[in-house]
Write a protein that binds this ligand. Structure first.
Ligand code: NAG
Ligand code: NAG
Ligand code: NAG
Length: 498
């Protein structure tokens, strides 16, 4: 045989072999090992949604990847409390959420505890009755109904998504409300659902968050001016991407004809108003994170917050030694007292003379006892530097305000304490709840020369007194405080007498 003949024969043999393998051997082999080659074909009816849109890793067999499924898989509800729901396969079409289930209504959560009407304005935001969901917001349908509706299939958005349908004029622009309520509550509910064994050093098997959606907020409606929300978000969960109202509007537009849907593989959906409808936990305080917290008491690790705290601190370049303070805590560690000053802010300030006397009293205390004391004015400090200070603080002290949100980064040591200065007679639970409950610290409310801790006596109620003699009251710039009272309170607490 000549050279060319040999090549021709070789090619023919190769062709024949490959024909034989792909048409005879492979089908037999696939049949015998149960591989579902059918997902290659458009008429497949029985592909579980998860596998339909997760790329197959083996390159020799694929990729058998398809972004949609013709037959919608049922929605699973993995956990639910008022306003906090975790789903697998949650559908959205034309702006309406769909739960695809063959269950009777009693077996599904009541809709008004899942989602609220999205036609809110700032004025009707707390009018929960007017904001009960309609069929435009949320529907429960059967798989047959879903297949009938979505003739062009359900399109997969894989991974883990947190969805926060907050009103456009929003509380989210505020560091405390976004981070210490919404994100904190979400993380608690997420870890309380997926990982009861978060370790003291912050290792968790809870699935990573891939995506966060603010369907009705633009960038300037969820980010605060100093960028602390963004700082927190991306340093806590570095892999997530954010979709805002523009992208949501795109997805609504693409499905406006109602003949196809998006399917989110795994979702935490949190609706603030739906949480507030739950009148069992903290009704007056409207502490939305409290609902997520209490609902997961039995399934949460005591260290549930550590993955977030440690990630943000590590990102900020805080020393490992400091991050680990609580892990190697000893009774003899030097306490660190931090006072967050608002004196250069616009409102809610101490009387200048009282501020000076307070600083003096605390300096004296620190010198006498060999403790550490510092005054922090967040205005002239980058977040990384602020976080380092809070990561070391045993006692965090300040007038009621956003700065106290930084308690999220305090080491969870036995003497950890938050002291909140109020105009006498004034009180809120914004910082009391996370301090006392979420982080298990001690919280004191100071009214000039008096202080209270939980459980407060009955006359200490939520209030925002207008004040006396034109001093501005709760929000004003003449809040009195007796420095000696605060110094003695700190001393007793650190000496273990409180
Ligand atoms: C929102 O919709 C509800 C029910 O459809 C209606 O009663 C209410 O007036 C609407 N509110 C606004 C602000 O449009
Ligand atoms: C899509 O939503 C809009 C606004 O809610 C509604 O007017 C329209 O009828 C919906 N389209 C379909 C096909 O359901
Ligand atoms: C604050 O407490 C001090 C010490 O008891 C007292 O002298 C002062 O009058 C109080 N100030 C106000 C405004 O109540």
């Amino acid at each position: 045989m000549g050279y060319r003949d040999r090549i021709a024969l070789y090619c023919a043999a190769a062709l024949a072999t490959s024909f034989f393998i792909s048409n005879v051997v492979m089908p037999m082999w696939r049949g015998s090992c149960g591989l579902r080659v059918s997902i290659l074909h458009d008429d497949a009816k029985d592909v579980p949604i998860g596998s339909a849109f997760r790329p197959v890793s083996s390159s020799s067999l694929g990729p058998w990847y398809r972004p949609y499924t013709a037959s919608p898989a049922p929605t699973r509800i993995l956990n639910h409390a008022a306003g906090w729901t975790i789903f697998e396969n949650l559908y959205m079409s034309n702006g309406t959420f769909f739960v695809v289930r063959d269950l009777s209504p009693e077996e599904l959560p009541e809709k008004k505890f899942v989602l609220s009407r999205s036609n809110f304005s700032y004025d009707n935001y707390y009018d929960f009755k007017a904001r009960e969901p309609t069929d435009e917001d949320l529907q429960y349908i059967t798989p047959a109904e879903a297949a009938r509706r979505w003739e062009y299939g359900a399109w997969g958005i894989s991974g883990n998504t947190w969805i926060f349908p907050y009103p456009p004029v929003t509380l989210l622009r505020h560091y405390y409300h976004a981070c210490a309520e919404t994100f904190l509550g979400a993380w608690r509910f997420w870890t309380g659902t997926f990982d009861p064994n978060v370790t003291p050093s912050g290792l968790t098997k809870a699935p990573p968050i891939n995506r966060m959606i603010f369907p009705f907020n633009g960038a300037d409606e969820w980010k605060d001016f100093p960028r602390l929300n963004a700082f927190f978000l991306f340093s806590a969960w570095p892999g997530l991407t954010v979709e805002e109202k523009d992208q949501w509007a795109d997805r609504v537009f693409l499905t406006r004809t109602g003949d196809k849907a998006w399917v989110y593989e795994r979702v935490l959906l949190h609706d603030r108003a739906a949480t507030s409808r739950e009148l069992v936990v903290y009704p007056k305080e409207r502490k939305i994170a409290a609902v997520a917290y209490e609902a997961t008491l039995a399934t949460s690790s005591p260290f549930w917050w550590e993955p977030v705290r440690r990630s943000v601190l590590q990102f900020s370049g805080v020393d490992k030694e400091i991050i680990d303070l609580a892990l190697r805590y000893e009774e003899s560690d030097t306490p660190v007292i931090t006072y967050i000053s608002r004196q250069r802010g616009r409102r809610r300030k101490l009387r200048d003379a009282d501020h000076d006397k307070l600083v003096l009293a605390l300096e004296q205390l620190a010198v006498t006892r060999g403790w550490e004391f510092s005054v922090v004015d967040a205005q002239d400090m980058p977040p990384e530097k602020q976080l380092e200070i809070f990561a070391r603080s045993t006692i965090l002290l300040g007038v009621h305000g956003n700065g106290l949100t930084h308690m999220m980064f305090m080491p969870p040591v036995p003497k950890a304490t938050v002291i909140e200065l109020f105009y006498p007679g004034g009180l809120t639970h914004d910082y009391e709840w996370p301090a006392r409950r979420a982080f298990q610290f001690k919280h004191f409310a100071v009214w000039n020369d008096t202080y209270y801790t939980y459980p407060h006596p009955p006359h200490v109620k939520i209030g925002f007194p207008e004040g006396q003699n034109g001093d501005g009251g709760f929000q004003g710039n003449n809040i009195p405080v007796n420095g000696e009272t605060v110094a003695r309170l700190i001393e007793m607490r650190l000496d273990g007498k409180l």
